[in-house]
Design a protein around this ligand. Structure first.
Ligand SMILES: *[C@@H]1O[C@H](CO)[C@@H](O)[C@H](O)[C@H]1NC(C)=O
Ligand SMILES: *[C@@H]1O[C@H](CO)[C@@H](O)[C@H](O)[C@H]1NC(C)=O
Ligand SMILES: *[C@@H]1O[C@H](CO)[C@@H](O)[C@H](O)[C@H]1NC(C)=O
Ligand SMILES: *[C@@H]1O[C@H](CO)[C@@H](O)[C@H](O)[C@H]1NC(C)=O
Ligand SMILES: *[C@@H]1O[C@H](CO)[C@@H](O)[C@H](O)[C@H]1NC(C)=O
Length: 796
């Protein structure tokens, strides 16, 4: 009785001293000879209050068992300490407090001892799971010969102290408790430091955060009010790592160095009645605040691994692969990213230049990745060309006439809004759309590779779109593969045009099911050629009446179109001329037409890309007007007829058809040809139609490309409704910035933009003879020739 009273009295004293134990019961002793067996349930020792438990936890569905301490009263059963993260044990293994006081874990599968509590055995009388989360081996004098608090893994708890030379290791992943890539240590010099490690070794690599308390730091304390700080030897606070806003009475607390290298201080409401919010761990603080920018390793990949990009949000970092790259291991994103294409050959890089393009990424940085080459002053075009022609170049950076080149692998990558240079990452153009060698007549021109190097940045929607397109491709392709072997159809002599049967095309389009677009001459459908490895095609069915006897003219016109060959024109692959069916088969363009990019449906194209698109259209038109065997006037230049392949190269569609229909449609050609808004004024008069009608349409289209708006928008105020008039006003009053509502990128390039507006206004002069030729336009856009522009008049 007396003993019991005394005990209670002592315990009361203890209570007064340590508020955390207010409701705690005396620890339940685990006596010598006790053991636990790893099994699916109930193999643990709980603390008296039940807050914590010590025992086995099963990791993964068919994984092994982890000897651990966890929060037992919450459904997450969050683990705060573990013994064998690197070495899970099989079901049936035991942890045992031996009669002679040794505490050890052995694996039944290997019959090996995988863990032992150091210095156990020396006078140990019992063990106990305490209510603060500390598991202790005590001797008779209640002095602990071993504590989990002195041997932390990745977490510290209130009442726990880190001594000098203590190290917390981040786990490998959220579900793999073996040692990961980061550590937090209170060094023997008193500085508390976060390090990356030379994974898989434990040795520290580069420090990314520290308390700068070397010389004075003594302990890292997590006190019972929930504050985490570095103290001096006399107990005074030197550095506050994380203050607390809530009490440890109402909230569970822990601070964990997580797999992503962030040391987070978490709280969890103990009772659900205290608030209506869902009970869960929430982070009070993150250390460091932005890991993406503080990790700068000379060796190693950085916060997210090689070639990867780290983005910091409220919850901490996330890792992302750049365009053209995928995770090395999707289950372990910190492993970095790999190219999902075959890299450029070095022995014959010049030939492969055409097979790559540069994709633009803004706000991205790969800090500390050495620049192996540097150029200044150069243009962006020059910078792009030099990277495309260099097999070592994985990425180029451009800013203010300066060009840097870096090679693969890239390290310390991050997404950072304060970065104001352009990153141009080199990616192989998908094989399926790369053009065959020799097909491209302009290939040898000096400027061709600039266009080959078209770079784009289309975020969000487009990525989704491409993914869908690929998925669709795969699905359709599988659907269409038939065991049928089609005999090679005859070709028109001299040119590479295939003659299809109507049945073949009906099958390819699944009975003319999926409509891609509808124009003056007919409807375009998507098709898949089973006879050509499931290649995608655009199948245009001409609606216009043909007589049975028209075959020779049709063939002549088709071979005219077939003979055109330019990288900015959609290539005609074949045709069908059977009975009254007249069908043309073209290459399929994965990115569809320009209008969806200009007028809001998809994210706005970058200014650089819009410039390249304008140049591509000009070059395509120049070819039609001057360079092909017989001049072709397009007659219907508009965004819907400007297609983009998957490297965003311009491909003009729907040309050469005006002539095809002229024979029996002379009277109505003006009515069916041309589109309101893009039609030159001379259509409506008796003036002859010349190539200058295309120049006019090009001018209108160029204004749309510059301003990313339609040539006529009713919703605007009267002054701005007609783009051509509004542009002329702005030009006349030298207020061109008014044309660019919130296009900062174009505003940054206002001088260049002014040049483009001037060209556009020149192209839409009322009098056809005052308009430039496409050759003039191309020269000015290329910047190769100085051409003086005449005084411009308003277009109407
Ligand atoms: C636990 O063991 C110690 C030492 O053997 C003893 O003094 C103490 O009374 C025991 N406590 C309980 C609750 O059994
Ligand atoms: C955890 O990761 C390590 C390091 O990659 C690996 O060796 C180990 O097999 C993983 N453990 C589990 C349970 O997946
Ligand atoms: C914990 O530390 C904070 C800050 O130093 C202090 O205000 C608080 O009183 C401490 N609480 C306890 C229980 O020591
Ligand atoms: C661009 O570079 C030039 C020369 O190096 C320098 O004088 C100029 O200030 C830079 N401009 C900007 C905007 O950084
Ligand atoms: C792309 O081309 C390369 C080289 O010609 C080839 O090895 C690779 O398999 C092709 N990839 C695809 C997806 O067709």
């Amino acid at each position: 009785m007396a003993f019991e009273l005394a005990y209670s009295f002592c315990f009361l004293l203890l209570l007064l001293q340590r508020p955390f134990y207010t409701f705690a019961q005396p620890p339940m002793n685990i006596s010598l000879g006790s053991s636990l067996i790893a099994q699916d349930s109930n193999s643990f020792w709980a603390s008296p209050s039940g807050d914590f438990a010590f025992g086995f936890r099963k990791i993964g569905d068919n994984g092994g068992f982890l000897l651990a301490i966890w929060f037992d009263k919450i459904p997450e059963k969050t683990i705060v300490w573990s013994a064998n993260g690197n070495n899970l044990v099989a079901k049936g293994s035991t942890v045992q407090l031996t009669e002679d006081g040794q505490f050890l874990l052995s694996d039944i599968a290997t019959r090996r001892q995988v863990w032992i509590a150091s210095s156990s055995g020396t006078g140990v009388s019992h063990a106990a799971m305490l209510d603060n989360g500390n598991f202790v081996l005590a001797n008779g004098n209640s002095i602990n010969s071993w504590e989990s608090f002195d041997n932390p893994t990745d977490t510290i708890l209130p009442a726990q102290t880190l001594h000098q030379r203590s190290i917390l290791f981040a786990p490998y992943t959220q579900t793999n408790y073996s040692k990961g890539r980061f550590q937090f240590t209170l060094q023997s010099d008193g500085n508390a430091v976060l390090y990356t490690t030379y994974f898989p070794l434990d040795t520290p690599n580069s420090a990314y955060w520290s308390t700068l308390t070397q010389g004075s730091g003594f302990q890292v304390v997590f006190n019972l009010s929930g504050f985490i700080y570095v103290t001096a030897r006399d107990g005074s606070m030197l550095y506050m790592i994380s203050p607390s806003t809530v009490s440890t009475k109402d909230y569970y607390q822990r601070a964990t160095l997580e797999y992503d290298g962030v040391f987070r201080h978490y709280i969890y409401p103990k009772s659900s009645t205290s608030s209506s919010v869902k009970r869960a761990w929430s982070a009070l603080s993150l250390t460091p605040l932005n890991i993406c920018t503080v990790i700068l390793e000379g060796t190693g990949g950085g916060a997210c691994g090689f070639n990867s990009l780290c983005r910091n949000d409220d919850g901490g970092p996330s890792c992302h692969c750049p365009y053209g790259y995928t995770y090395v291991d999707p289950n372990d994103v910190l492993k970095g990213c790999k190219q999902n294409f075959i890299s450029q050959r070095c022995d014959d890089a010049a030939l492969e230049t055409d097979l790559f393009y540069l994709q633009e990424m803004l706000n991205t940085d790969w800090a500390y990745s050495a620049n192996y080459e540097y150029f200044q002053p150069v243009t962006e075009d020059w910078c792009r060309q030099t990277c495309l022609g260099d097999c070592f170049c994985g990425i180029a950076f451009y800013k203010n006439q300066t060009c840097w080149k870096k090679s693969i692998p890239l390290s310390n990558g991050r997404i950072d809004p304060s970065v104001d240079w352009k990153a141009l990452i080199k990616i192989r153009i998908d094989n399926s759309t790369s053009r065959q060698a020799g097909q491209d007549s302009t290939k040898k021109s000096s400027s061709a590779s600039i266009v080959h190097g078209l770079v784009f940045m289309v975020i969000g929607m487009l990525v989704v779109f491409l993914t869908l397109a690929v998925t669709f491709f795969v699905v359709r392709r599988n659907y269409f593969i038939k065991p049928k072997v089609s005999q090679l159809s005859p070709f028109i002599q001299g040119i590479n045009l295939r003659c299809f049967t109507y049945m073949e095309l009906k099958e390819a389009t699944n009975g003319f099911m999926e409509e891609l677009g509808r124009g003056a001459f007919g409807t375009v459908f998507k098709g898949v050629l089973a006879s050509d490895n499931g290649k995608f095609v655009a199948v245009k069915r001409l609606d216009t009446m043909f007589r049975e006897g028209d075959h020779p003219e049709f063939k002549a016109e088709v071979s005219g179109i077939g003979r055109t060959n330019h990288r900015n024109l959609v290539q005609l692959l074949g045709f069908c001329d059977e009975g009254h069916h007249r069908i043309l088969v073209y290459e399929f363009m994965s990115n569809g037409s320009l209008n969806s990019f200009l007028f809001g449906e998809r994210s706005r194209l970058h200014w650089y890309l819009r410039r390249q698109i304008a140049l591509g259209i000009a070059r395509g038109l120049l070819y039609l007007h001057e360079d092909c065997s017989s001049q072709i006037i397009h007659c219907d230049i508009k965004p819907e007829n400007i297609l983009l392949d998957d490297s965003f190269t311009v491909r003009i569609a729907d040309f050469g058809l005006a002539k095809l229909l002229k024979a029996d449609q002379t009277q109505t050609i003006t009515a069916i040809r041309g589109t309101k808004g893009y039609v030159a004024p001379e259509w409506l008069t008796s003036l002859p139609v010349t190539v200058k009608v295309d120049v006019y349409s090009f001018g209108i289209l160029l204004l749309e490309i510059i301003c990313c708006r339609k040539n006529f928008e009713e919703a605007k105020n009267e002054k701005e409704m007609v783009l051509a008039d509004w542009a002329f006003n702005c030009y006349d009053q030298r207020k061109l910035h008014l044309l660019l509502e919130n296009d900062d990128e174009a505003k940054d390039n206002i001088k260049e933009m002014a040049k483009y507006v001037t060209i556009a206004l020149w192209c839409i002069q009322q009098d056809p003879s005052l308009r430039p030729t496409m050759k003039d336009v191309t020269h000015i856009l290329e910047g190769t020739v100085e051409i003086s522009i005449p005084v411009l008049k308003p277009s109407s």
